[in-house]
Design a protein around this ligand. Sequence first.
Ligand code: SF4
Length: 304
Amino acid sequence: MVRGKEFIDKVKELKREKGALILAHYYVDGLIQDVADFVGDSLELARKAKEAEAEIIVFCGVYFMAETAKILNPDSKVLIPYYKAGCLMADMAIVEEIKEFKEKNPEYAVVTYVNSSADVKAVSDICCTSANAVKIISSLKEDKVLFVPDRNLGSFVSEKVKDKEIKLWNGYCPVHEKLSLEQAERVKRENKGAPFVVHPECNKEVREIADFVGSTSQIVKFVKEVKAEKVIVGTERGTIHHLKKLRPDIEFIPAYPEFTCDQMKMITPERVLRALEREVFEVQVPQEISQRARRAIERMLERS
Ligand code: SF4
């Protein structure tokens, strides 16, 4: 197993040799974040992928993210270190059902969280991320919205955007939903006075007792500026690696011990090395799907 400095040196050498760029999500292994050219959340990574000029983009995140990178940058070769790293929430959105809903309810705008497959994006009017969902939905001319697939982010948005009727798809992230109210109250009791920050993918009752609710990049910004000795982190624990670098003076407590996305953890340092060495696994999106999905993503980028 190649780890530590040996891993970092090998990756750097291969990156140079192949003209590759490594983009990594906050939820992947800390060592991968350390060798990445850029670490970010979905919105930040989509922007980076779009403007990248590299011949090869190694996307260290789950499949839908690599697909988004390919859609926004079709001329680069986009690789995902492990093709089976999917998103359990993304799998909960079914293209045929969305199409059927649209046919029956043409007055609704379909707003799709980027945590979705290219096929689902392709049948959507516009995409959003957890960082810009409120802004995107507020900007729509339609009064009625179908929000796909995350019911928790959708309900968070409905609390903020009062003048739209927002129908929620029944999807969710099992990793964030696993944080129960009981556990959230316990961790708060055990760490009295520590700000409790959560991602909007957590359920409503947990969000209600949080001190701050925001996307991963918004949590990062909050932590940069907060005056505290301890912070309770209500999102995937990979984020703590980045937070610790920003604020080594703060102790970060995961809201529950195994706050971990197993799908993201399928992207291991060994697989990143293999991706660079053998140029696997290449992400392809059929042109017709790509064009329609791109329209929904571009609309989001224009408005955010
Ligand atoms: S944390 Fe949840 S939403 Fe994010 S990739 Fe994992 S399963 Fe999907």
